[in-house]
Design a protein. Structure first.
Lengths: 268, 770
């Protein structure tokens, strides 16, 4: 079905293009080329940061404004030629303190994920089909938080637009993984620094589900921009989540050994 | 003064017609503002306590607006490769439903299992399964032993399964959204029906109910209004024997309906399941005014009067009765303002305004029209009048001759029927508002018989701090309540977080059945939940059972279809249990079924309080128009008793009093009082002229007997048309109102004269001395 639609739309554009004397078909190709080009540049500019450590506060809100708080520490390690590794240690709520979530992401294969539970002093592997599911009951899904990999999407450049006072490229991304919870996302990436300013998430029935706004960008190591506030608004349920980065350090000397499954049970 | 006013109308018929037209067109434009609302919320005021509790619950947890699709394979075996793959496909397709935020089914049920020391969380009927014999057996075994599923998404015998679609409607244009969802779901099912002819699908749920409300109302408009028109045409032909006179009456009816609906539109009212029948009711009520006026005019024409004289004669004789009867009818309908139900208030106000407009148009526009139209006198020989008057005289003589047996016999009959009132119970079940042959009701009945009850009640138990849900003592209370609920005879299914907790504890211990119990401490409970929540895919989270900071949990209970009395009794029993065993926590209950269960009783209480007020008002009006306290008080008998008798008979016929029936007494009072007014005013006129009681009764029978008989036929027919509605609020109301009106005529003819002979034998002061 979708293929049929694309070819029909393609034909239509071609016919209109011929009538108007415009190189329409070339333009759509250029759209995906340019989309990929921008995404590649975005990925390129974010390469080489090594490792980092941060403290994160999550504020969950329901539709009537009630709030609930989660706190966690995050360790991240950049892996060249594979997905990044991350370790999240929960501090709040108190009854899950010390629980740790380890993830080895992969650009195309399913991610490896483990959860360590201190109450039973055990580590359990978690199937990664849950990537569409909510992280800690927040409005962020796993897939919203995992590392940005080119192989995870098909890109298409749409237009230029101003958001948060900066001129952005507007890029459509279609997830390649069938376990993704989205039919597409649309990202606003600023022209000056290739920073994501805003992302719209569309669910499987093509309705707008959520909007992410990234702000308070700060420059680290003179090269890497990181947003210190991410605000995710769910348009269907009226709930929202703020993700506030309270501390962030790079080059903290972490290595692959710190992200091994076996370290989980030795964590404090 | 009235005389001069009449002269003006008849002197400037064109001007009067033009002014009327101006008014009709001006108000008629308001129809453009009318919109239709069919959701169940129109039955509740914004400050209704049950609605508030329900909305508060929905804000904390996911909404419970849903569509439930029952799937019944012909071989009564859900656990077959064919049906399970159908369920899987349908689940996938259901995610495409507009505004859906969650889809629950047998196939995407998140089954947890301990495999190699890992917690495995996956779809019960995964895409990668080949659905071979052993796999089917395993699926059946898991499903039929899972308390979350049995009697909710699969029947205990594995014959029927269901898919539940949770929806979050934005409520910008609810009507449109509900329709959109319904069309999407029926479109989806049509495709599946084509490929699965042996499988039955039944659609229920809150959104299906909202759609059914709207659909039945639309159906009422499509079927009842044409039937009503046909009935009125027939009656007019029979009564007036003149095409032009009938045409004039139709004009009055149409302009009354148009301007009433238009004014409602200007007033910002909307149409609903209750108010769509305002046109039908108005047609009934408006026809009487015109018939009286035209019939009198025809009488004068036959006598040899000129048309102008005939109209003048008719107006002179009818202005007061038409006004008084319209006013009392309007007062009756205005009592609906004391109802707890907003749409019944709208029904009352629209009808009251419409009745007064009908009165105005009959007295102003109709005479002008009659001047233009060469209306015939009607055929005398075949006219109903002559024979009827003889019949009436015979009836009067019979009533006078047998006054004693009639008085005592009727007294006994009235008291006997009134005693039957105790057979009635108040019952408001939204599902039963739909007659048994509607699609929605049939789907619900099917569900009730084969899967689970359509009645649900949600309980929220809230702890005192964040994460309270993980505390062992809190979980113990919830588990205790869950078990208590399961022991209740009316409970079919309980969806409780404690079942999930127990299962997770078992999974975390290599599926050892001995660990199918609550976790030992808060950390364990919290971390099992963390693990489980981290494993759930999009849309299948625990937000419908746990609130944001996990300080509260919601239990969803499915019950057998219960009457509203039993349902509120169940609610109080459950809340009493919680007060005793969960005193440390706060608990509340809410659901749409509970909202309806409470509204019936509250509505009845407020309507019963209003009745005396309406009675006093109307009786005062009678005292004023009859200019006699004694007759005013005597008139209470024929005004009160018809409702008593009719409700008694209703106890025999049905015995269920719903929202709409609790307003019938007040509403019909205004209508039946007309009979009394006409009868007693003629009677009094004769008495004042010096005639004895017997003679006065004969006079009353012969002068207005026929008119009363005719208007009763018209009114009973009109309200009987409502019985054709597929919506029981309307059909029951129509039937009971028709019954009250019929009983009123019988009492006016057979009992009122006997009472007059008994209690009003004293001589009157004649006109000369007054």
């Amino acid at each position: 079905m979708p293929q049929l639609n694309i070819s029909q739309t393609g034909m239509l554009i071609l016919v209109i293009g011929l009538l108007l004397g415009l190189p329409a078909h070339a333009a759509t190709d250029a759209g995906s080329d340019k989309g990929l080009q921008i995404a590649t540049e975005q990925k390129q500019r974010d390469t080489g940061w090594g490792d980092s450590e941060s403290k994160v506060l999550m504020v969950l809100r329901d539709s009537s404004g009630n709030e609930s708080i989660r706190r966690m520490r995050t360790l991240a390690l950049e892996v060249i030629d594979d997905g990044d590794k991350s370790l999240i240690i929960f501090d709040e709520p108190r009854d899950v303190r010390g629980s740790a979530f380890l993830s080895h992401s992969h650009p195309t294969a399913e991610d490896d994920q483990w959860l360590y539970l201190p109450a039973i002093n055990r580590t359990r592997r978690i199937a990664s089909r849950n990537k569409s599911g909510p992280f800690m009951a927040s409005e962020f899904a796993y897939e919203d938080m995992s590392s940005f990999e080119l192989a995870k999407y098909q890109f298409r450049y749409l237009r230029e637009e101003e958001v948060n006072g900066v001129i952005c490229y507007v890029i459509e991304r279609i997830p390649t993984d069938k376990f993704s919870g989205y039919s597409k996302t649309i990202a606003w990436v600023d022209k000056a620094h290739y920073r994501v300013q805003k992302i719209e998430f569309y669910d499987k029935k093509q309705s707008l589900l959520k909007t992410l706004l990234a702000s308070d960008y700060k420059l680290y190591l003179d090269k890497y921009w990181r947003p210190l506030l991410l605000r995710m608004q769910n348009h269907q349920t009226g709930k929202s989540t703020d993700l506030v980065v309270e501390e962030l350090q790079f080059n903290v000397g972490r290595s692959a050994a710190d992200f091994d499954v076996n370290v989980l049970e030795r964590l404090r | 003064m009235i005389q001069r006013w009449l002269q003006h109308i008849l002197a400037y018929p064109r001007l009067v017609t033009a002014l009327s037209l101006l008014f009709i067109v001006g108000s008629g434009f308001g129809i453009g503002n009318l919109y239709f609302r069919g959701d169940y919320r129109i039955f509740f005021t914004d400050d209704n306590p049950q609605l508030l509790a329900f909305e508060q619950m929905q804000q904390q947890f996911n909404k419970s607006d849903n569509i439930l699709i029952a799937i019944a394979p012909a071989d009564k075996q859900v656990f077959s490769a064919q049906t399970l793959s159908l369920v899987r496909q349908l689940t996938e397709a259901a995610w495409q439903t507009p505004y859906s935020i969650r889809v629950d089914s047998l196939s995407n049920y998140q089954h947890t299992e301990a495999i190699d020391d890992d917690l495995w969380v996956a779809d019960l009927v995964g895409e990668d399964l080949g659905l071979t014999g052993p796999e089917l057996n395993k699926i059946a075994q898991v499903a039929l032993n899972e308390p979350v599923l049995v009697q909710r998404l699969v029947s205990g015998d594995g014959a029927v399964t269901a898919i539940n679609i949770t929806l979050q409607l934005p409520e910008h244009n609810l009507q449109q959204e509900v329709k959109e969802v319904w069309l999407a779901v029926s479109g989806m099912l049509d495709t599946f029906k084509a490929s699965q002819p042996d499988t039955d699908f039944h659609v229920s749920g809150v959104v299906a109910m909202n759609y059914a409300f709207a659909y039945e109302a639309e159906n009422d408009v499509k079927t009842l209004i044409p039937v009503m028109f046909a009935a009125i045409l027939l009656m007019l032909a029979w009564l007036l024997r003149s095409v032009l006179a009938s045409l004039a009456t139709l004009v009055i009816i149409v302009v009354t309906v148009v301007s009433t609906l238009g004014l409602a539109g200007w007033a910002g009212l909307f149409l609903s399941t209750a108010t769509v029948n305002v046109p039908t009711i108005l047609m009934t009520l408006a026809v009487a005014d015109s018939v009286h006026l035209i019939a009198t005019m025809q009488f004068a024409l036959r006598r040899g009067d000129s048309r102008l004289q005939a109209i003048q004669y008719s107006l002179k004789r009818n202005v007061m009765p038409v006004f008084i009867t319209s006013a009392t009818t309007a007062i009756g309908f205005l009592t609906l303002n004391f109802s707890e139900v907003p749409i019944l208030r709208d029904l009352g106000n629209m009808t009251a305004v419409g009745v007064m407009l009908a009165c105005l148009f009959s007295l102003v526009l109709l005479p002008a029209l009659l001047l233009f139209l060469p209306i015939s006198a009607g055929q005398r020989q075949h006219s109903v009048a002559g024979s009827a008057d003889k019949t009436m005289l015979w009836l009067a003589n019979m009533v006078i001759r047998r006054q004693q047996p009639l008085f005592w016999g009727m007294s006994v009959l009235i008291i006997g029927c009134s005693a039957l009132i105790s057979l009635n119970t108040i019952n408001d079940e939204a599902v039963k508002y739909f007659s048994a042959d509607t699609e929605f009701r049939q789907a619900n009945d099917f569900l009730e018989q084969n899967l689970t009850g359509a009645t649900t009640v949600d309980f929220v138990i809230a702890g005192n701090e964040a994460s309270a849900v993980n505390q062992p003592e809190f979980l113990a209370v919830v588990a205790g309540f869950t078990e208590w609920l399961q022991r209740q005879p009316e409970v079919l299914h309980v969806n409780s977080i404690t079942d999930t907790m127990k299962r997770l504890n078992k999974n975390m211990h290599q599926d050892d059945p001995a660990y199918y119990r609550l976790p030992d401490n808060q950390q364990q409970a919290a971390q099992y939940l963390l693990m489980y929540e981290m494993s759930l895919p999009f849309g299948l989270d625990l937000n419908n059972q746990l609130n944001l900071d996990k300080s509260a949990t919601r239990l969803a209970v499915s019950l057998q279809n219960l009457g509203s009395k039993q349902l509120t009794a169940f609610e109080s029993r459950a809340l009493a249990y919680l007060a005793e065993h969960a005193g440390a926590y706060s608990a509340s209950a809410a659901s749409t079924a509970l909202m309806f269960a409470h509204i019936g009783e509250r509505n009845m209480a407020s309507m019963l309080q209003t009745l005396p007020l309406a009675l006093v008002l109307i009786s005062l009006l009678l005292v004023f128009s009859l200019r006699s306290w004694r007759l005013g008080i005597l008139s209470l008998i024929p005004n009160i008793t018809p409702a008593l008798v009719a409700f008694g008979l209703w106890g025999l016929l049905s015995g269920e009093i719903n929202l709409a029936l609790s307003v019938v007494a007040g509403m019909s009072l205004g209508i039946i009082v007309d009979d009394t007014v006409h009868f007693l005013s003629k009677y009094r006129a004769a008495r004042v002229e010096g005639q004895a009681t017997e003679q006065a009764i004969r006079y009353a029978f012969t002068t207005v007997g026929r008119a009363l008989w005719i208007t009763t036929v018209v009114l009973v027919t009109g309200f009987a048309v409502l019985m054709l509605s597929g919506f029981r609020l309307n059909s029951d109301m129509g039937m009971l109102t028709a019954l009250v009106i019929l009983v009123a005529l019988i009492i006016d003819f057979l009992f009122l004269p006997a009472c007059l002979l008994k209690f009003d034998a004293k001589e009157y002061k004649t006109d000369a001395s007054a």
